[in-house]
Design a binder for this molecule. Structure first.
Ligand code: ATP
Ligand code: MG
Length: 348
């Protein structure tokens, strides 16, 4: 009896994505299926290129195909989904929003818990990216504690033009924040539907123009606000900031699990407040919050450790004064520049 496509699909229905726990057929990951005599050729689209489970998935598919009676030669071709396909699968926002039409990559800066330096990393990364020649914008999506305008020393409000808002510009980057819209000290209660609406406006009605990167500073943690935001934005990736402490690490594991479950590629981890440089000694370091956490986490999730940033009073002062250290490239800002270079090289 000749092999039928339906037999092959039936066998493939039993293969699940190890993380999403649904069959590859149901997830739309089987792109192509060819039968030629007793030879079967299947094309599998991973949710994103570089998915660490690639070899496991390939192996499972090969096994399933070999288990079908009458199958001789088996070939499995691995490819990856387009961003539209991924968006459809994970129920993410479509990419056609007017304001971000010319933005190449949207990356969110996230953390498992608050106060680990998310906004500091967002601001300095954005400035460093711009300084090395990548056009960059920053969106402050931390509705409850928007710190970006202070960290960049911005007081003016954005102006409108033909139904669109123009982002502000500082240190070579474009900037938008809920704080600049509402004015300082104005309390706003942001609930799910409002957050969703605000995000749509920030991406749809803000004229970001041509950008290589749009960096988004997320609220801390993995609560409703973060979930709403990450679902309303067509993200190309997320960078997770942590400190080396154990608790920060376990929180961040939860965050990474959340993003992976939403199909958002994790670009890497930043370990902030990594160590303290001891004065008067070139090589002296003090591991205040423990050591090795970021590295372990990066290994466990098979992602890059993008930077280890020391605890440095100049970094804090730069944030407080609205003059982030990355305005100049020097010893203190170097980790932000090295991170920016890695990202630019890999993603643009
Ligand atoms: N590497 C560093 N060295 C010194 N101070 C730092 C460093 N990173 C962050 N800080 C300081 O720590 C404080 C918290 O940082 P930041 O506001 O960036 O954290 P966050 O994760 O965005 O916090 P939140 O969860 O409140 O949004 C700030 O005062 C900041 O200047
Ligand atoms: Mg913050």
């Amino acid at each position: 009896m000749p092999l039928e496509k339906s037999d092959v699909l039936e066998a493939l229905k039993k293969v699940e994505d190890p993380e999403l726990h649904k069959s590859l057929v149901e997830l739309g990951m089987i792109k192509d299926l060819e039968i030629n005599g007793d030879a079967v050729r299947v094309t599998v689209a991973l949710t994103f290129a570089g998915c660490p489970l690639k070899s496991k998935i390939r192996q499972d598919v090969e096994e399933a195909l070999r288990s079908i009676q009458g199958v001789g030669h088996v070939e499995v071709v691995m490819t990856s989904m387009t961003s539209e396909e991924r968006a459809r699968l994970f129920g993410q926002a479509p990419t056609e929003m007017e304001g971000i039409k010319e933005v190449k990559k949207i990356v969110a800066i996230a953390s498992g818990k608050g106060g680990v330096g998310k906004s500091t990393v967002s601001v300095n990364l954005a400035v460093a990216l711009a300084k090395i020649g990548a056009s960059t914008g920053i969106l402050d999506a931390d509705f409850h504690g928007p710190d970006i305008p202070v960290m960049l020393g911005i007081e003016e409000r954005p102006i409108g033009s033909k139904g669109m808002l123009l982002p502000l510009e500082k240190y070579g980057i474009k900037v938008m924040s809920t704080a600049t819209l509402a004015g300082e000290g104005v309390p706003i209660v942001w609930r799910g539907p409002l957050v969703n609406k605000a995000i749509k406006e920030f991406l749809g009605k803000v004229k970001w123009g041509k950008l290589d990167f749009l960096v988004i500073d997320l609220p801390p943690g993995t609560g409703d606000a973060v979930i709403t935001i990450t679902k309303s934005i067509p993200l190309d990736g997320v960078i997770v900031v942590t400190t080396p402490q154990k608790v920060a690490i376990s929180d961040v594991r939860r965050a990474m699990g959340l993003f992976k479950g939403q199909g958002i590629p994790i670009w890497g981890i930043v370990e902030n407040m990594s160590y303290l440089k001891l004065p008067g000694d070139d090589k002296g370091k003090m591991d205040i919050f423990g050591s090795g956490g970021g590295e372990k986490l990066a290994k466990a999730f098979k992602v890059d450790l993008l930077a280890q940033i020391p605890l440095d009073p100049q970094i804090r002062i730069g944030g407080d004064n609205g003059r982030p250290v990355a305005i100049e490239r020097n010893e203190v800002s170097e980790p932000f520049y090295e991170m920016a270079e890695k990202i630019k090289e890999k993603f643009i």
